[in-house]
Design a protein around this ligand. Structure first.
Ligand code: ADP
Ligand code: F6P
Length: 332
């Protein structure tokens, strides 16, 4: 293994920079050459390559986002697009590739391993924490802390006005972010795509809470919630907005909605994100040195390991019902 490339792909996540830093410096430590690829898979197709040295990753451990820039690239989903990418990598003398990204990006890793002799491995980088075989994906801790900060602030104003607030958070199809921050933030109700609910149940709990003397009601809803709303198009796809309307209609209570949006993806990575990213970056290089391919780095029970990419993107893990029940009990 002489020359490796590294790229970030899909939605950016805080902690991608410390992961890049770790990949680059570990590879150089083992006498490899490192090529940085800009704009994710698009950069492979357009040969947007540049040599990386120890200094290329100086002063980035604390920065959110990704210095390599990220993108979503439809062309890489086509055989023709990928052929261009393989030819560019061959021309550059690249033997292996480290991809930092979410489940879509990992599908790209699978394709590279199946269709070329370039050894590709993945590092889970997404705020959604929606991959199997790993307890943790880089960025989720920072995103949870950002959401918690928002919940705390909304709680102040909700209490002062004795209002109900619906707070919509990201997560794509996963309710992980909503569940964990709902527990940590003391939300009255947590609405996730994995668990059925009726708007009436939510309204009843809000009403009972106010009757018992609660001064506010915070409803955390994941952006992936679809049922029980018939049509979200009039709400610009936002289940939070739809829920807010339903609560107003059914209870007559003063209700406000906050869609947290992309602020959840930014910010300086937390200590946990930096530590896990640093460990994962080094592990990706270890895997390549061992001659492995088509693996994703994992973090389970405080240990860094790996799994087949196919297992990581298979949707086997679902919401933790014990945590959901606990959040419910604690918010009564
Ligand atoms: P994430 O990696 O955060 O889940 P996406 O799902 O948008 O983000 O995927 C990022 C990129 O990975 C896509 O824009 C595309 O370039 C690549 N990708 C996704 N799915 C595939 C696939 N089936 N085959 C090849 N490349 C893919
Ligand atoms: O996958 C990360 C994520 O932030 C999801 O939580 C969200 O659904 C999506 O990306 C948003 O993507 P975009 O930045 O393209 O709007």
């Amino acid at each position: 293994m002489k020359k490796i490339a590294v790229l970030t792909s899909g939605g950016d996540a805080p902690g991608m920079n410390p992961a890049i830093r770790s990949v680059v410096r570990t590879a150089i430590y083992y006498n490899m050459e490192v090529v940085g690829v800009k704009h994710g898979y698009k950069g492979l197709i357009e040969k947007d390559f540049f040599p990386m040295h120890r200094g290329s990753v100086a002063d980035i451990v604390q920065r959110g986002g990704t210095i390599l820039l990220s993108a979503r690239c439809e062309e890489f989903k086509t055989k023709e697009g990928r052929k261009k990418a393989y030819a560019n990598m061959k021309e550059e003398g690249i033997d292996a590739l480290v991809v930092i990204g979410g489940d879509g990006s990992l599908k790209g890793v699978q394709k590279i391993n199946a269709e070329s002799d370039i050894k590709a491995v993945g590092i889970p980088g997404t705020i959604d924490n929606d991959l199997s075989c790993t307890d943790y994906t880089i960025g989720v801790d920072t995103a949870m802390n950002t959401i918690l900060d928002a919940i705390n602030k909304i709680r102040d104003t909700a209490t002062s006005h004795e209002r109900t607030f619906v707070i919509e958070c990201m997560g794509r199809d996963s309710g992980y972010l909503a569940l964990m921050t709902g527990l940590a933030g003391g939300a009255e109700y947590i609405l996730v795509p994995e668990i059925d609910f009726t708007p009436q149940q939510v309204c009843d709990k809000i009403t009972q809470g106010f009757k018992r003397g609660k001064l506010h009601s915070l409803i955390l809803i994941a952006e992936g919630v679809k049922a029980p709303f018939a049509d979200l198009s009039e709400y610009n796809g936002s289940p939070g907005m739809a829920m807010g309307d339903l609560i107003r209609e059914k209870t007559g209570m003063e209700t406000r909605v906050t869609v947290l949006g992309h602020l959840q993806r930014g910010g300086s990575p937390t200590a946990t994100d930096r530590i896990v990213a640093s460990r994962m970056g080094a592990k990706a290089i270890d895997l390549l040195l061992e001659g492995k391919r088509d693996k994703m780095v994992t973090y389970k029970d405080n240990s860094i390991g790996c799994c087949a990419v196919a297992d990581a993107i298979e949707k086997t893990e679902t919401i933790n019902m014990d945590i959901y029940k606990l959040a419910n009990i604690l918010s009564m």
